[in-house]
Design a protein around this ligand. Structure first.
Ligand code: AMP
Ligand code: MG
Length: 408
């Protein structure tokens, strides 16, 4: 049987989660704290933006468009927050500032730079058209417009929009609970000295927690579990009661001490096991009661790639996001040949460099084995080679996926 392809597994996960719709509860946050959270209700504007007709420039408001050389008496002033309320004589104009209300009876604003002062009057040095330099009330947002829909992952510009609409508190979904567990008898906690050479520092759990910290999740750190079925069963059972999602690393291969699949199978169900990707062929997706289970392989780079390709989207979906952010992909030219045998999608760690002519170059970041953590750190993106691709010569055009955090 052919291995599940990357896109098949992405679809399978998405559909499983969609079949069990369970949105988090909601809470209200001050608008400035809502970035990166998922909007829990449609936001309908209660007002017009701009609220009324306002000036786009510093200058003079005139009753109508006027010719160069015409002369206007300055009879009042309208500043931002301090409108002019009196009536305008026929030959009069109003000194007006950017953001100020255009007084009743005025139909355009001539720029200050297009006038000369002449006592208490101005002379136009350029013609001005009716309607010039006025921002009309409601021209961008009208009261009743739905400006953002529930499920939106809020961005800085959304804060600008919401605050401009006078919204101070924003309804968002609560953070989901994500438990993180490392498995392996060899694991040792960073920050404490190892006592024998068979020990390995647990990098997966810390990497996962660091990456989860940028998402709307509460992290439950379950530490490390030994390669022991009873112990793993106990920990997973507990985790499934506490968390919406359990993510583990290690113990999903076919080794003597790889107990994770058996444990999840006993406590719930395995929906999926192997996927046609390199690195990271074993990727377990399952469920324990209402808790979703993701079992990443132990090799750090495999888990890193699995998080990007499968977990991120699934977590956003569980957080209530409607438009799941898609990875940025573009084309680049290989600076050197790459080796690949057809069959599995290959996600190579790479250094992407812009060239003078506006294209991009991609160079593999060293050897591509799945334990090479320095290589991921040196990389600023992936080279994404489709399953069917074979060896590629230098100069080939390939798809790359930049690490967005490397391109601030
Ligand atoms: P496993 O998937 O359990 O067979 O582990 C595969 C490889 O990944 C082994 O070399 C493990 O020592 C290593 N490994 C497993 N878990 C971790 C972890 N949490 N941090 C770093 N390396 C790990
Ligand atoms: Mg192991």
């Amino acid at each position: 049987m052919a291995l599940t392809s990357v896109s098949e597994l992405q679809t399978l996960i998405r559909e499983h989660i969609a079949r069990a719709p369970r949105l988090p509860e909601t809470e209200h946050l001050p608008v400035a704290q809502s970035i990166g959270r998922v909007l829990a209700a449609d936001m309908v504007s209660a007002l017009n933006i701009p609220a009324t007709d306002i000036s786009a420039m510093d200058g003079y408001a005139l009753p109508a468009g006027a010719a160069a050389g015409s002369r206007w008496r300055v009879v009042g002033e309208s500043a931002a927050g301090k409108p002019f309320f009196s009536s305008l004589p026929e030959d009069g104009c109003i000194r007006i500032m950017t953001g100020a209300v255009v007084p009743a009876g005025c139909a355009c604003v001539v720029l200050q730079e297009h006038t000369e002062t002449d006592g208490d009057a101005i002379l136009l040095t350029q013609e001005v058209a009716t309607g010039a330099n006025i921002r009309y009330g409601g021209e961008e947002v009208a009261a009743g417009d739905t400006v953002l829909s529930a499920g939106r992952i809020l961005r800085p510009a959304d804060v600008m929009l919401l605050a401009a609409l006078g919204i101070g508190q924003v309804p968002v979904y609560r953070k989901i609970q994500v438990a993180v567990l490392s498995t392996g008898d060899e694991l040792h906690e960073p920050g404490t000295p190892v006592t024998d050479c068979g020990q390995v520092y647990d990098s997966n759990r810390h990497t996962l927690m660091a990456r989860l910290a940028t998402m709307p999740v509460e992290i439950l750190d379950l530490g490390q579990a030994a390669d022991d079925l009873e112990g793993v069963l106990h920990t997973l059972d507990e985790a499934a009661r506490l968390a919406d999602v359990v993510i583990t690393s290690g113990g999903v291969s076919v080794g003597e001490y790889d107990y994770m699949r058996e444990a999840v199978d006993r406590l719930g169900a395995i929906h999926h096991y192997k996927v046609a990707i390199k690195p990271g062929k074993p990727f377990v997706f399952g469920q324990m009661l209402r808790t979703w289970y993701f079992g990443l392989p132990g090799n750090p780079v495999s888990g890193y790639v699995g998080f990007d390709l499968f977990l991120k989207a699934a977590l956003w979906q569980l957080c209530g996001a409607q438009e799941i952010p898609q990875p940025l992909r573009m084309q680049a030219n290989l600076t050197q040949a790459v080796k690949k045998s057809p069959g599995r999608m290959d996600i190579q760690r790479a250094v992407l460099t812009p060239t003078a002519d506006g294209t991009w170059e991609a160079a593999p970041a060293g050897e591509q084995d799945s334990h090479r953590v320095w290589g991921v750190s040196r990389a600023n993106g992936y080279i994404v080679l489709p399953a069917e691709s074979g060896n590629l010569p230098a100069g080939s055009t390939v798809t790359v996926q930049p690490f967005t955090e490397a391109f601030l």
